[in-house]
Design a protein around this ligand. Structure first.
Ligand code: GDG
Length: 734
């Protein structure tokens, strides 16, 4: 990567801690800091974030800035009020519980929200201050969801990626948030938005489709005329580092100490930050149940639970810690014997080589969060097993469950399922352990942290170049001028126009989309120029077009070209068409109309259309997909085509298409100016058939065979307005 990487995260990879009256830098805990830190060490990078403590004295700030600067780190300083309201308040008491499906723990507080906005702005200003146009800006996590759009405001062309390390919840949960639109729009300031799993990415796209008026094509969103891609990038670990650590001498020494502590019993371990999402009490209760109901395991197995202190200023966390303390004490008090301790419980942070020894010694790792974006502990355990013995019990609710398929997967809410998994893990034969571990190691080794960083950044650059392609095709004022010049200089012009979405906006009721007076006046003016041939090619029935444009001397193609009417002529069929298929399709469509409130069926001479523009919510798209699938089976055997267009599913004879109508217009004529404008998939056929010199324009920014695009029907009208005001040289001065 030649370009500089600008990483932005709430925490820097180091934190400032007071040792007496001296400020020291220590490595931050957490997957992002350690993982990304090691992946970026060979890159040209700058990292912007909070150094983890409130620092007010200017001389200390100056000294710290210098120390951080030597490590390519830039600090954003937060006041104690900001730490309380932005970090502990909005980030940890609002977004964190809601995104982890704990809506009853979620606190909605306006003051905290205001602080969140303010601190996000602080970060955005720091980014704008440091960034050059060439930097790749990579913003991390839910604490900074507004930063992408705030940076975009300041640097419209910047390359911005956003990665969310925690889950993105389903729409029904996310919609509870009073500031849901602001958060979504904030994230959409990025060009690429990444999550750990496809489920999270899908939730985001689905939520955006509900709350914002966006053009969405699978995982590509068109937001404010900018393409934004949403995708899954499961984060990996530094596999090699954990493998090396596991076989190091210091780990061997620590393994020996651990073994001495637990004796010859089997060892079950868990490593978690103190958090109610991690499922610690549920796991302890399952362990207790197992000791109660499987007495043969007493004195034969010990459980080592490491809890890393975290967020202990948040009241919920204090209560939660008490709960764990009590549970551990009561289990130990009840089951301990002289030579055996059921649970070893540590509430503190461990150095990484001790952690490695814990992984290496463990026979079983219990990773059973109630919900987790990814969970790197599960991957670190797998990487720390050079002899491949050991069993991983993994929650289905962790992102890692999508990759570590050979783990014993559990639902952490199901106590008996947890107990059963523990028992199975204790009894799993060594060959099976090794076979499972080998497969999981292959995955963790291949999709490591370097792979994750490379893939995310590569995809971000690809999105940027796809945007570039789109931008070159957008009709800019200068392009508009050159089109107008070509129009002025031409003597034999063909102007082909689609109707709905191209000349008029869409309406809930298809009959409401009649031409308004200004459109009629515009078309009248265009056709009155003898140098112009104007053709309207529409999917509409010929009866609608006749009703609206009876006296307009233009060429008309209705029903995608099944019917044709020349200027001042009358309607005729363009081919010998079949309609014997209609009853069968009508039956299917009627069923869908009955089960989808708001939808309707339209019958044309040689086609049937099912409209769902008035259907509320996502049910319309769902049913449309179902209908398309049903129809495709039937249609293939009957020479029919199924068109899945904008809020409409249509079935027609395959030989009828707008491309054939255009061919008819080109027959025996030569034009020195051809322009075709359309918005729907059916218009692609006409774009493709036209010569390269033709000006083809797609309405609404989507990928298309057209050479250019405009944003809406209003711009089409503006172009036609300019055409119609071109005066014949002969007229000038008369
Ligand atoms: C988020 C998401 C997602 C733990 N105890 C000690 C220690 N650790 C290290 C582990 C691991 C990291 O902390 C924890 O990783 P997690 O994956 O659980 O997640 P978080 O960083 O808390 O949070 C999570 C992750 O971001 C990455 O995207 O997986 O779902 O919530 O690396 O080894 N490290 C040391 N001492 C300890 O006592 N040195």
């Amino acid at each position: 990567m030649e370009r500089r990487l600008l990483i932005v995260s709430n925490r820097l990879p180091v934190k400032a801690v007071w040792k007496g009256d001296e400020l020291k830098l220590r490595a931050s805990e957490g997957g992002l800091a350690t993982g990304l830190g090691s992946a970026c060490k060979d890159m040209d990078y700058l990292w912007i974030g909070w150094p983890g403590a409130e620092i007010r004295e200017p001389e200390i700030i100056q000294e710290l800035d210098q120390q951080l600067g030597e490590r390519n780190l830039i600090a954003v300083y937060l006041t104690q009020t900001e730490i309380n309201d932005f970090y502990e308040g909005f980030s940890n008491e609002t977004l964190w519980p809601l995104y982890h499906y704990f809506p009853s723990y979620t606190i909605y507080n306006n003051e905290n929200w205001n602080s969140y906005v303010k601190v996000n702005r602080k970060f955005a200003e720091a980014v704008a201050h440091e960034a050059t146009a060439d930097d790749i800006i990579w913003i991390h996590d839910y604490q900074l969801a507004l930063v992408p759009s705030m940076v975009r405001e300041r640097m419209p062309d910047a390359t911005i990626g956003f990665f969310q390390h925690i889950p993105f919840p389903a729409f029904e949960i996310f919609r509870l948030l009073p500031w849901r639109k602001e958060i979504l729009e904030g994230m959409l300031g990025a060009d690429l938005i990444g999550f750990h799993t496809l489920d999270d990415a899908g939730h985001f796209v689905d939520t955006a489709s509900h709350l914002l008026d966006l053009d969405i094509a699978s995982n590509n969103l068109q937001f404010e005329e900018r393409l934004v891609q949403v995708d899954a990038f499961p984060m990996g670990i530094d596999y090699q580092k954990y493998q090396n650590l596991a076989t190091s001498e210091s780990t061997a020494r620590n393994v020996a100490k651990l073994r001495k502590m637990v004796g010859s019993q089997k060892l079950m371990i868990s490593v978690d930050r103190l958090d109610y999402t991690k499922g610690i009490p549920q796991r302890l209760l399952a362990f207790q149940y197992m000791l109660e109901h499987y007495p043969e395991f007493r004195e034969n197995i010990s459980f080592l639970q490491l809890v890393v202190p975290s967020r202990d200023h948040v009241p919920q966390y204090k209560v939660f810690k008490d709960e764990i303390d009590k549970l551990v004490s009561s289990i130990n008090a009840r089951f301990s014997t002289i030579g055996w301790t059921p649970i070893y419980y540590f509430y503190r942070s461990f150095p990484i080589n001790l952690l490695s020894a814990v992984y290496r010694t463990a026979d079983i790792a219990l990773v059973t969060p109630m919900r987790d974006g990814m969970n790197l502990v599960s991957k670190e355990f797998v990487a720390s097993k050079p002899d491949r013995t050991g069993v991983l019990v993994l929650s289905e609710m962790a992102g890692a469950a999508k990759e570590l398929l050979q783990a014993i997967q559990v639902n952490p809410n199901d106590l008996l399922n947890l107990v059963d998994a523990m028992v199975r893990a204790i009894r799993l034969p060594e060959e099976e352990q090794k076979a499972n571990m080998e497969l999981m190691q292959q995955v963790v080794a291949k999709f490591d942290i370097h792979h994750w960083v490379d893939l995310f950044l590569r995809t971000l650059l690809e999105v940027k170049s796809r945007q570039e392609e789109q931008y070159t095709r957008l009709i800019t004022p200068s392009l508009g001028t050159s089109i107008l010049e070509r129009y002025e200089n031409a003597n034999n012009r063909l102007i082909i126009l689609d109707y709905d979405g191209t000349l008029v906006p869409f309406h809930q009721n298809i009959l409401q989309a009649f031409p308004d007076e200004s459109l009629r006046a515009l078309l009248d003016k265009l056709v009155s120029d003898p140098k112009n041939r104007v053709a309207i090619i529409s999917g509409r029935s010929h009866l609608h077009l006749e009703n609206w444009f009876r006296d307009l001397p233009a060429d008309f193609f209705a029903e995608h070209g099944a019917w044709y009417k020349p200027p001042r002529g009358s309607w005729k069929l363009t081919a010998n068409l079949r309609a014997e298929w209609k009853p069968a399709i009508r039956n299917i469509m009627e069923t869908f109309t009955e089960k989808t409130p708001g939808s309707s069926m339209e019958e044309k001479s040689f086609s049937l259309a099912w409209h769902y523009r008035s259907v509320t919510g996502e049910i319309g798209e769902l049913r449309a997909r179902e209908l398309c699938n049903n129809l495709k089976l039937f249609s293939a055997d009957h020479g029919l085509q199924v068109l899945c267009g904008k809020k409409v599913v249509e079935v027609k004879n395959i030989e009828i298409n707008k491309g054939n109508s255009v061919k008819q217009l080109l027959l025996d004529h030569s034009y020195d100016f051809i322009m075709a404008v359309g918005d729907d998939t059916t218009d692609e056929e006409m774009f493709r058939i036209l010569p390269e010199t033709a000006i083809t324009i797609k309405v609404a920014g989507r990928s298309s065979a057209a050479a250019y695009f405009v944003k809406s029907f209003k711009e089409v009208r503006m172009i036609l307005e300019k055409f119609s005001s071109v005066r014949e040289p002969a007229f000038i001065g008369k």
